[in-house]
Design a protein around this ligand. Structure first.
Ligand code: ATP
Length: 516
């Protein structure tokens, strides 16, 4: 656990030191759970978005993209259920006055039991070595079975209370488990209350409730209300999808895990409209497709897992999270939901407009069912950094050891693809060649010209920000127009003609490599 905390702290410090992420309004001591992306952060975030957009819109003839407004007619949120049911259960500790999400307190308690089970399994693994059969051990060990039964019982009670909106049941669960406030250790809790997560604001020219607007808490509704517009103007036939990347806002009760839980964040969502009755088939297909999207970036399978929802949201008939092993444990990175026809039907009813699709094959009208994939861009950013930031020990030819921080990003999403480093910053011939190369390569991909230190130091800096290639221009370049090309991961340095640098790097950083 301590090691995990250290890793998390290291990522946060790294983000600030190299200009990936800053606390918002830092000069005023910051605004809680709001963050700004710096020069390198915005490049990396854009690349993540591009990878997602390409995989959805560019690579699928039956998925189109839109960019809907953040503000929507207030009735949208009535129809979607967000006004009445977009709540988190909050509870205050009477001693510390700290506010918590009641369900998260219980989940954290369950995480501790799970950690005990895993410890037991690890111990047995060490004891039995190769002969160890984990599945059998989990099914027969008395301590593991007892803890598993405890978890199942708590999970069941939590799911029932959440589904039924039973706040008293939730409080009773906290009391029964004797959960203490992590700050004060006190077990004195207030009643659990529902708290709506939507931010509201007011239209300039209309007073009172009538003029109340919400900052959208999800991008999906912009897609639903545009379903007919898009279907008619693009002549798409079911099954087809609409994709969108955009900001969403949630007044999160507890937001203290850096960019994991923000009050303003960005979502990448795709709603796939299908014929009723086929939705679970598509749901399975999208589960697989989305897992493969993550794996293509080099994320090991052991750091990803599916987690089925125990308490389904009011609109879903199946739902799963893709969880990632963040430094603070496995948590939701992406949600895949079979949303039935709930949203389109609700908008149809409240607007009084017919929102249906005429299926020429069936010769019938129907409200399509929807399978949604929804991923937070910021959580994806955090997962990427957690997966790729590595401390390596290097051994030089004379046996000396040194450490380097290296961000092993897939070259296709690295913020800077190539750094051009002149061996001497005051040598006119070298500078001219290096600047010429920078200008030429910049037409093709993001480069950086850096002459602010020794080559060794500059290499370390580029390693730390994930630059897959460095090119050094030196005295030999003046003689034969060759440069040194250094690979971030293998540390291999090869001499190549300047005229070939662009094509070598372009091939390696091409996003196509993520799709084939
Ligand atoms: P959680 O249970 O963690 O609150 P959620 O189930 O409410 O998340 P969804 O409504 O399914 O999340 O949103 C889809 C995706 O949007 C999530 O998988 C996550 O990646 C992202 N997301 C949701 N809330 C936040 C937030 N406050 N900050 C950053 N990303 C978020």
């Amino acid at each position: 656990m301590a090691q995990q905390n250290d890793q998390f702290k290291k990522i946060i410090a790294h983000c600030k030191e190299y200009g990936f992420i800053y606390q918002s309004s830092e000069v005023y001591d910051g605004l809680s759970a709001v963050y700004d992306y710096g020069p390198l952060g915005s490049l990396l975030k854009n690349n993540i978005k591009e990878y997602w957009w390409k995989s959805m819109v560019q690579m699928n003839n039956n998925i189109v993209g839109i960019d809907a407004a953040i503000f929507m007619h207030p009735k949208t949120w009535k129809a979607s259920g967000h006004v009445d049911a977009f709540n988190d259960p909050l509870v205050d500790n009477k001693t510390s006055n700290k506010r918590y999400r009641a369900d998260v307190l219980v989940e954290d308690y369950m995480d501790k039991i799970e950690a005990k089970i895993n410890k037991e399994v690890d111990k047995a693994q060490k004891r039995f070595g190769d002969a160890f059969n984990e599945q059998e051990f989990r099914l027969t060990n008395q301590r593991v079975l007892a803890n598993q039964a405890k978890m199942d019982d708590i999970g069941g009670r939590l799911a029932t209370a959440m589904t039924d909106g039973d706040m008293e049941g939730l409080k009773q669960l906290i009391l029964d488990l004797e959960i203490a406030c992590p700050e004060s250790g006190s077990k004195e809790w207030t009643d659990v209350r529902q708290f709506n997560l939507m931010f509201s604001t007011q239209l300039g020219n209309i007073a009172g409730e009538e003029g109340k607007l919400y900052l959208r808490p999800e991008t999906a509704q912009g897609i639903f209300v545009n379903f007919l517009n898009v279907q008619k103007t693009t002549r798409q036939k079911v099954p087809f999808g609409i994709a969108q990347i955009g900001k969403a806002f949630r007044n999160e009760i507890v937001a203290r895990q850096f960019i994991f839980r923000m009050r303003e964040f960005e979502q990448m969502e795709m709603q796939f409209f299908v014929k009723p009755g086929t939705e679970l088939e598509w749901y399975e297909k999208w589960k697989e497709t989305r897992l493969n999207w993550h794996k293509a970036l080099g994320t090991p399978e052991s750091k990803l897992r599916f987690h089925d929802h125990e308490n389904l949201a009011h609109y879903a008939n199946a739902a799963v999270d893709i969880q990632f092993d963040f430094p603070f444990g496995f948590k939701e990175l992406e949600g895949i939901h079979s949303r039935t026809d709930f949203d389109l039907k609700a908008h149809q009813e409240l607007s009084g407009r017919k929102i249906q699709y005429f299926d020429p094959e069936e010769n019938a009208n129907y409200v399509p069912y929807v399978v949604e994939t929804s991923i937070g861009c910021d959580r994806m950013f955090l997962a990427t950094l957690s997966n790729c930031l590595i401390e390596e020990t290097l051994t030089s030819a004379d046996g000396k050891e040194s450490k380097r921080d290296v961000l092993k990003l897939h070259p296709a999403i690295a913020p800077i693809k190539c750094a051009i480093l002149p061996l001497k910053k005051n040598e006119p011939g070298i500078v001219e060649k290096a600047k010429g190369l920078f200008k030429e390569l910049s037409f093709s991909f993001q480069c950086q010209y850096d002459d602010t230190g020794s080559i060794g130091k500059l290499y370390r800096r580029q390693d730390a920000v994930g630059t897959p290639f460095c090119v050094t221009v030196d005295f030999d370049t003046l003689e034969d127009d060759t440069v040194t090309l250094r690979d971030r991961d293998t540390l291999e340095q090869i001499r190549v003609p300047m005229s070939e640098v662009e094509s070598i790097i372009r091939e390696k950083v091409n996003m196509k490599n993520l799709f084939v």
